[in-house]
Design a protein around this ligand. Structure first.
Ligand code: UGA
Ligand code: MN
Length: 249
């Protein structure tokens, strides 16, 4: 089975560094197809060149988040249209009769252990595992008893049906292909994208497949890259040190 990794990404100073770190992990994983969806009106040179040279088999898509849906404070979820574009690609290009695989929504700033991908590869329906450094905890985790998920170890909205971060689950492509309409939506509040999506796919808690040694190991962390502050250079400093030589691409 192939792992289809859907990654929304948007321009900021740290974008290329985050994508580089992520690609260096994905390079260790065989039969993986990286679907990178830029939040931009046009594909940027930066991401185009990056993907051409990163060594990971990939598909480059783009769709811009409209201005009124851009984050103000924290009331709107991020990466919604980008993940949906990735789902559209999967539904257009994969055939349930022929293709086998799993879909994983992997944000560009998280930290992934390459072993995580082998945990999810043989997902029958939906696999789940712990996520580190998220929701005000060292890790959020499904609670597993006798090999079955019985609930959620979460502090943030623990009453959710699936109290899990985007990085904490993988879905068999057949489920995605059978549910032709299921996608993410702005009517979902931040923190409820995952539970709404999994519910809409018809997921039942008793069907979840706990991975990572019965959800006892952390193989992905919800790290967030610190925003870099660039100082204004002093007069004359840049005369010889031409910034153009360090163009983003
Ligand atoms: C948390 C969750 O881990 C995300 O899966 C969820 O989408 C997000 O909250 C949310 O509230 O919507 P967080 O670290 O706060 O994640 O979000 P980011 O990493 O900033 O963004 C999630 C993804 O969307 C990233 O891959 C990012 O590159 C992308 N993004 C973000 C865009 O494509 N456009 C944006 O304007 C912002
Ligand atoms: Mn993030």
């Amino acid at each position: 089975p192939t792992i289809y990794v859907i990654t929304p990404t948007y321009y900021r100073l740290e974008q290329k560094a985050d994508l580089t770190r992520m690609s260096n992990t994905l390079l260790h994983v065989h039969h993986l197809h990286w679907i990178v969806v830029e939040d931009s009106v046009e594909k940027t040179k930066l991401v185009t060149y990056f993907l051409e040279t990163c060594g990971v088999i990939n598909t480059h898509l783009n769709i811009s988040t409209p201005r009124e849906k851009r984050l103000r404070g924290t009331e709107l979820p991020r990466g919604v249209l980008q993940r949906n574009a990735g789902l559209d690609w999967i539904r257009t290009n994969l055939d349930p009769e022929v293709d086998e695989g799993v879909v994983y929504f992997a944000d560009d700033d998280n930290t992934y252990n390459r072993k995580l991908f082998e945990e999810m590869r043989y997902t029958q329906r939906v696999s789940v595992w712990p996520v580190g450094l998220v929701g005000g905890l060292k890790h959020e985790s499904p609670i597993v008893k006798n090999g079955k998920v019985k609930g959620w170890n979460a502090m943030y909205m623990p009453e959710r049906n699936f109290a899990i971060d985007m990085a904490g689950f993988g879905v068999n492509i057949n489920i995605i292909l059978n549910h032709t309409k299921t996608k993410f939506s702005y009517s979902m509040l931040p923190g409820t994208l995952e539970t709404s999506f999994l519910t809409a796919l018809g997921t039942k808690i008793q069907d979840l497949e706990p991975r990572a040694d019965g959800c006892t190991k952390v193989l992905v962390w919800h790290t967030r890259t610190e925003k870099t502050k660039i100082e204004k250079p002093k007069d004359g400093f840049l005369k010889q040190y031409k910034q153009e030589q360090f163009a983003d691409v």
